[in-house]
Design a protein. Structure first.
Length: 345
């Protein structure tokens, strides 16, 4: 079965082809970072318009790379949520039109499920079950994953997510967008000792997160004055240390609490080098396996959407019908997936 995946939830247009027999056939991605960085964040209307310009040329590019034609497709998967409503509608409308013209099923995929299962596309895919640390944009969650569609929430952020903490801290330090890579780049020049930021809920005994207090502490430190570039670098170093220390500690605690022997880290923040270092150290110390997606699969991408669409449709292909309508869900809790079933329309 060959599935075309379309991702347009925010500021990246991703298209990919996934085959259940041969794996990932081709993928293409266009990032809107250069367009949005002037505004210090994503402008939804500009994002939607750019998706309209990019999605069909990227689809043609992916088909050409794979040596595949539209009539070879068995289904089209698209990101149905969560995300920016206008951006989601671009991908959903494109997928629905393609699916109806080809008389094949379309399936709305949960964006976070895409990130959660993206390590299955890596060269060293994890086996089920595993604990997952999902750190993507406005979401920070710990989940126990028994299989496709079988997820138990262990903990989540009570306010700001880790990605938001990076972005807001970067803005306070007058760095570029997106904040995570900007903080990491400046932190590489920083040194410990000048600043001491809180590690929210680090010793709470719970698996929930909170990063709003950290953001406030960064604001206070920045307003107190950063006399030179070295001071800014030292504060960036401490921001990265604080966020990654909490993420790693909670993830290791979740592994211990569940008795799991595998940890999967997925989402944009999973590309952070310091977070990977901390978890590799914990792996060596405690003896569990750690799986990260390749860097190109950490960001939003069409490959993860095509994969989830194929996984969800492969067991229900006989009952899947051609698409007649579509919907998007800008707010879609991951916990609702069990009630959604395959999501095929």
């Amino acid at each position: 079965m060959i599935v075309l995946g379309i991702e347009t939830s925010c500021d990246e247009t991703g298209v990919a082809l996934y085959c259940t027999e041969r794996g990932l056939l081709a993928q293409a991605l266009h990032s809107q970072i250069a367009m949005h960085e002037h505004f210090g964040g994503v402008v939804p209307e500009l994002a939607s318009r750019d998706h309209v310009r990019r999605v069909l040329p990227l689809t043609e590019q992916v088909l050409a790379q794979a040596g595949c034609t539209l009539d070879a497709l068995d289904a089209v998967a698209y990101t149905a949520g969560p995300g920016l409503v206008g951006a989601l509608l671009v991908g959903a409308a494109t997928a629905a039109a393609l699916a109806r013209s080809l008389d094949i099923p379309a399936i709305g995929v949960h964006h976070l499920e895409g990130h959660l299962l993206s390590p299955l596309l890596s060269s060293d895919p994890p086996a089920f079950p595993f604990v997952a640390l999902l750190v993507s944009g406005g979401h920070t969650q710990l989940l126990e994953v028994a299989g496709v569609g079988s997820y138990r929430l262990l903990g989540e952020t009570l306010d700001d997510a880790a990605g938001e903490a990076f972005d807001k801290s970067a803005k306070l330090l007058e760095l570029g967008y997106p904040g995570g890579p900007a903080i990491a780049a400046l932190a590489a020049q920083g040194r410990p000792g000048r600043f001491s930021l809180p590690r929210p809920m680090l010793h709470s005994g719970e698996l929930d997160f909170s990063f709003s207090g950290l953001k406030t502490a960064v604001l206070i430190a920045a307003r107190a004055g950063l006399p030179d570039e070295a001071a800014r670098a030292d504060l960036a170093w401490e921001v990265q240390e604080a966020i990654t220390e909490v993420l790693a500690a909670k993830a290791v605690a979740a592994v211990a609490r569940t008795g799991a022997n595998r940890l999967v880290v997925a989402g944009g923040v999973s590309a952070n080098r310091r977070l990977r270092e901390r978890l590799e150290q914990a792996r060596a110390r405690d003896g569990f396996a750690v799986h990260f997606p390749e860097l190109e699969l950490c960001t939003d991408n069409g490959a993860m959407i095509a994969l989830v669409g194929a996984l969800r449709l492969s067991g229900a292909m006989q009952g899947a019908t051609p698409v007649r309508s579509f919907e998007v869900r800008p707010r879609w809790p991951l916990a609702e997936l069990a009630a959604v079933g395959t999501g095929a329309t």
